[in-house]
Design a protein around this ligand. Sequence first.
Ligand SMILES: [Zn+2]
Length: 286
Amino acid sequence: MGLSPHTSAGIVGRIIGFSKTQGMLASPLYHCIMRRDADGDEATVILLMDALLNFSPKLLSNHRGATQDEPLVLTSVILPTEVDDMVFDMDIVWRYPLEVYEAGLQYKPAYEVKIKTLKDELGKEGQYEGWGFTHDTSDFNKGVRCSSYKTLPTMQEKVQRQMALCEKLRAVDHHDVARLVIERHFIRDIKGNLRKFSQQQFRCVACNEKFRRPPLKGNCSKCNGKIIFTISEGSVIKYLDPSLSLAEKYQLPAYLVQTLDLAKQMIELNFGKDKEKQEGLGKWFG
Ligand SMILES: [Zn+2]
């Protein structure tokens, strides 16, 4: 049974062999129904009988999110028409016609050349079989066995390597990639966690009692235990320096730089200035 984070649904599959890859080789439909596109997110498998015999919703803790990664429902047949539509645009031809390359030379939009995709086969026999591919191999262990997204331990290194790759690719505007990484991921994470920090609950380390506000006496009103934050400073500031470094190195638009500066000011208002952190600018993308 395949399962991926936050889907709450298991999908039955049949194991037909093993590879040396740190990954799962399966039908694209199988990856897609698990909402995975092989971009580095993790998926898991559970042996079916194990889940049927040993899993019960009664075992789950009652905190929010506990049910997100559990096989609460089970799908035994993949209906291609009902999976994430991302996979519908997958090309299923055995070779690309010359027309594709000629259109490429003229910078034509991709949709101007008609290539058979999975979408064309939905509802037909071809929705499950007969798909083409262009590069065969004699041994699927000869490729990359473990994604560098997994081997690189920190987010800084992942982004650093992504940017190094982008700089090598002529088709990629790496300044824009840096902008997108900040706008779509880092700045949202920083702002979201900063808001959560100011609205957070407090927790007793001894008895786990939750408090909307910390008791004035400074200890747990139930058991006198120590009170701690539920959202850490680290989770708020972790992407600030990488964002500032990216913005500096790739000369990003003034508006974005100002947004980051404001976020930095808000963080300093909350946590104070950190001398060591200030020196760290540029060290990730220098
Ligand atoms: Zn307590």
